[in-house]
Ligand binder design. Structure first.
Ligand SMILES: Nc1ncnc2c1ncn2[C@@H]1O[C@H](COP(=O)(O)OP(=O)(O)O)[C@@H](O)[C@H]1O
Ligand SMILES: [Mg+2]
Length: 378
């Protein structure tokens, strides 16, 4: 059923309703945060009676959550309060994805904060985080749902007497099978269903943040299967019927770029590339994670790591390694970068012996340069 609504600033928004189990209002197009805000207000639970508001198809952002995403600046501040420092690019992606109800495909080197971005989003929007860790060989049974075979078997054993009654005077194998078949539904019901992360995320009544982590580790077949879920936000279980997300989850897919994702997957997602941070952003991140770090040490350490990233290494140190290194240096009571201490702790942020040797050669030059960076900002 379609209805016409008089909307203050969103005369062109398309909408439709259906009544099961309660009316849902969905909008397929909206262009401005102010419009979203108006709609959210208009359909707030009190004004709308039993109409639940959904600003985009199937996406159940509540007005309170939309308010938290009302501007890019608000996103940045809110995440910073939770210890996550967003570049403007990241904050913009969160803002847009939140309003459009699109999944975000976050790509970038390991350790730049992709997984943490989903964690922080769940904390910020006060939604449960449901995580699907991808790996080679991951299939629908582990990602979506499976039947609890052991429990089904146990029940058939316990209910042996009852099954005897059901079979009764049945003549021959065929008749027994027919009688059993009539009761098969009992064993393929909710009671024996084991929901896995994707199904759990669709069935969360208040919505969820769904993190499909390291999707590049999964096989091409699994990626194709994900496409279906990400476009429809519903799944069909032959024995139970179709399950549609009541509130579309906020979806993050992360990839460390070990393989290229398909165009089809990219098309369904907003794309966000998170590179290694520049020096000011990395200093902010370290400050957020280790507030007690001395100022000089922070400047020098970040400058040193940034220079190391300029070398041709097997594995570049990432943000997580900078943080680990800062923690170790603090533990050693360092106030500044001392070349000898750097040499002793290179293994904290470099994972290959040949990388350690490459940096060792440059160590004094980098440390000198790092001191200058500190002085320049004094
Ligand atoms: N922008 C950031 N703000 C705060 N912490 C960050 C940021 N980026 C990375 N980190 C820190 O780096 C660590 C590694 O991040 P993670 O999300 O596991 O990386 P990835 O998933 O990209 O491999 C996290 O524990 C987090 O504390
Ligand atoms: Mg990760």
């Amino acid at each position: 059923m379609r209805v016409s609504l008089c909307l203050p600033r969103a005369a062109k928004a398309h909408h439709s309703t259906n009544y099961a189990p309660f009316a849902t209002v969905t909008y397929t197009r909206a262009t401005h945060a102010a419009v979203l805000h108006d709609l959210a207000w208009l359909y707030r639970p009190k004004a709308a009676g039993n109409i639940r508001c959904s600003l985009f198809p199937g996406q159940g952002m509540t007005p309170e959550r939309l308010e938290k995403l009302e501007s890019i600046e608000r996103v940045r501040e809110g995440y910073a309060e939770l210890g996550y420092i967003c570049s403007r690019q990241i904050a913009t992606a969160i803002y847009v994805a939140g309003h459009l109800g699109k999944p975000i495909l976050v790509e970038g080197p390991a350790g730049v904060g992709k997984t943490e971005l989903a964690n922080t989003t769940a904390a910020y929007l006060e939604l449960p985080l449901i995580r699907l860790q991808c790996y080679e060989g991951l299939d629908e049974a582990k990602a979506l749902y499976e039947w609890r075979y052991a429990k089904q078997l146990l029940y058939t054993q316990i209910l042996r007497d009852k099954l005897g009654e059901v079979l009764g005077e049945a003549q021959g194998l065929k008749e027994s099978m027919d009688r059993l078949h009539a009761h098969a539904d009992v064993f393929f019901s909710e009671r024996f269903l084991a929901p896995r992360p994707l199904l759990k995320a669709l069935r969360e009544p208040s919505g969820a943040v769904l993190l499909i982590d390291e999707v590049d580790k999964s096989d091409h077949e699994f990626e194709a299967f994900l496409l279906e879920i990400l476009s429809e936000f519903q799944v069909s279980i032959p024995e139970l019927g179709t399950i549609k997300a009541m509130r579309r989850p906020v979806v993050f897919l992360t990839s460390n770029n070990t393989r290229e994702m398909s165009d089809a997957l990219k098309r369904r997602c907003l794309h966000l590339y998170v590179p290694f941070p520049d020096a000011p952003l990395e200093r902010e991140i370290i400050q957020a994670r280790i507030p007690e770090i001395p100022r000089n040490l922070k400047y020098q350490l970040v400058s040193f790591v940034q220079q190391v990233r300029g070398l041709d290494l097997k594995k570049q140190p990432s943000v997580s390694e900078s943080i680990d290194w800062a923690r170790v240096l603090l533990l050693l009571h360092a106030n500044e970068l001392d070349p000898d201490m750097v040499r002793q702790t290179l293994n904290v942020f470099l994972k290959f012996e040949e990388d350690i040797q490459s940096v060792d050669v440059e160590l004094y030059g980098f440390a000198r340069q790092a001191k200058k960076a500190d002085v320049a900002h004094a």
